[in-house]
Design a protein around this ligand. Structure first.
Ligand code: MV4
Length: 490
């Protein structure tokens, strides 16, 4: 493998290229209009323009990306996350063109892309699953009987759904039929597939996922868990590894279950198996993501592995250089997604220019980003500006490192989720590890963020005022008085 095309943009394109460069492999970037001057384009050995800014005209155009690969003589394509990364048709086209797709087979992607196919695939592997039905509901009367048996509340899910889309909670038997009809018509209009199924509703779960890695020689290992419960509208904001609630026993149990899920579909490469965990630490298989995930750096910190390097090695037909027993957890890592969203305005998207953009640095601090000072964050894509990842000797050490790193991360011109990160790091439920997927709903409001800021800035303002008054009491000749006041005290 001498040259790899990265079918993506932003931080992940850059992150993938850095590993490729370190491995002595040439890189090809593709870019849309809005990304002409992006770091991922400048960093690559070659760059190919693929179209207008909307992703439907550029990063989602498999045909244009393949043409760019052919033209530049790339022998592999890394899809990153999002865009075409979980599209089995694209993976197939790539392989047909004699180019290596750095990821699982199209067949594995197809199975895991459908929740029902995934359930069907793993059913003989003794994987814990939420009580429910594992086939598309066609007969409402039959489904209602099953629901009455499982017990309410139940959840109706669209087989083709994802990211929480197409889910409906049904509180009681009397509401079943109406909710069912709504769920089906929603699924038809959103996914073009009206298949729905039902599950027992797990109240206030944690979202814990297991990173897996498989080579083409029948070796599959788990790289431990990531705790991803701090999310808003199914968008994760903070992730960490390891999870503070898993015992070593549970960790092994979940890891082995995740390996079986991967083996059930002949998985190859890096993948993630998602589980729900209830308050009694029972875990249930939810779905498998067949890509490298946004939050993979926390796993890299605690395992010492470069997951992109592992993906490349697997794609080059190499055997994994380690077995499960060689792997262990080192310290604790936390990631904050620094997004162009204003936590003071309920995470409203914030548009503008990165007038000031200066990064924290130091031991155990990593920033994965794809922008530089002076750039605009394009409105066409997702609002992620950077990922701030810290690594400490234990969880408390990682929390204090995260607080310091946030304080040293200076962004002006765009509102970001940085202050939200500080809020979470200071929150008692987070510090004690007693939280679930309702964390933000339960503990966060813009008012609380303002209050907390006041609580932290008032003592500092008092000290500054005291020093200023003392200074004023000295007889000095004032030549010039600055009127350059900032309009908002941060
Ligand atoms: C559930 C659930 C409770 N019970 N399934 C949301 C996204 C989709 N991938 C699965 N999701 C859920 N499935 C049962 N049977 C609660 C959620 C859920 C959730 C899961 C993971 C992370 C955040 C979540 C937020 C709300 C609901």
């Amino acid at each position: 493998m001498k040259k790899v095309l990265i079918a993506n943009r932003g931080e992940i394109a850059l992150r993938v290229m850095k590993t490729l460069k370190r491995m002595g492999i040439k890189t090809v970037a593709v870019y849309a209009e809005a990304d002409r001057k992006s770091p991922h384009v400048i960093y690559a050995d070659e760059a190919v323009f693929i179209g207008a800014s909307p992703s439907s005209e550029s990063y989602l155009r498999g045909d244009k990306i393949l043409e760019a690969a052919r033209k530049t003589g790339a022998d592999a394509i890394h899809p990153g996350y999002g865009f075409l990364s979980e599209n089995p048709d694209f993976a197939e086209e790539v392989e047909k063109a004699g180019i290596v797709f750095i990821g699982p087979t199209a067949a594995a992607m197809r199975i895991m892309g459908s929740k029902l196919a995934a359930k069907d695939c793993v059913k003989h592997y003794n994987i814990p699953m939420v009580p429910g039905i594992d086939h598309a509901i066609t007969d409402i009367a039959e489904a209602k009987k099953v629901a009455d048996n499982i017990g309410y509340p139940i959840l109706i899910k669209a087989s083709a759904g994802g990211g929480g889309k197409g889910m409906r909670v049904v509180e009681k038997s009397a509401d079943f039929e109406e909710q069912m009809n709504r769920a089906v018509s929603e699924a038809v209009s959103a996914f073009g597939d009206g298949s729905v199924f039902i599950e027992k509703f797990v109240d206030s779960p944690r979202h814990i996922e297991i990173q897996v890695l498989a080579d083409k020689h029948n070796n599959t290992v788990y790289l431990f868990e990531r705790e991803c419960s701090i999310q808003r509208r199914h968008q994760k904001v903070i992730e960490e590894a390891p999870s503070s609630i898993l015992t070593q026993e549970k960790r092994i149990e979940m890891g082995e279950a995740a390996v079986k899920v991967a083996q059930s579909c002949g998985y190859i490469g890096a993948g993630t198996v998602e589980f729900l965990m209830d308050s009694n630490l029972n875990f249930y298989f939810l779905e498998m993501n067949t890509r490298l995930q946004v939050e993979h750096p926390v796993t890299e910190f605690i395992t010492g592995l470069d997951l992109v390097e592992q993906q490349i090695r697997v794609a080059r037909d190499e055997k994994l250089a380690f077995s499960q027993n060689d792997l262990s957890i080192h310290g604790h890592a936390i990631e904050l997604r620094v997004c162009a969203e204003d936590p003071y305005e309920n995470f409203l998207p914030s548009i503008g220019t990165l007038d000031t953009y200066s990064l924290p640095n130091g031991d155990g601090i990593r920033v994965d980003d794809g922008f530089t000072q002076g750039m605009e964050i394009p409105i066409f894509y997702d609002p992620l500006i950077a990922k701030l990842i810290v690594h400490g000797k234990d969880r408390m050490d990682a929390i204090s490192k995260m607080k310091e790193a946030i304080a040293a991360f200076h962004i002006e011109g765009i509102a970001t989720t940085l202050p939200f990160g500080t809020f979470v790091m200071n929150n008692n439920a987070f510090i004690t590890g007693k939280f679930n997927t309702h964390f933000i709903q339960q503990y966060f409001t813009p008012e609380k963020l303002n209050e907390e800021n006041k609580a932290h800035s008032l003592p500092i303002a008092k000290i500054a005022l005291y020093a200023w008054l003392k200074e004023q009491s000295k007889p000095t000749i004032v030549k010039h008085t600055s009127t350059n006041w900032k309009s908002r005290l941060n």
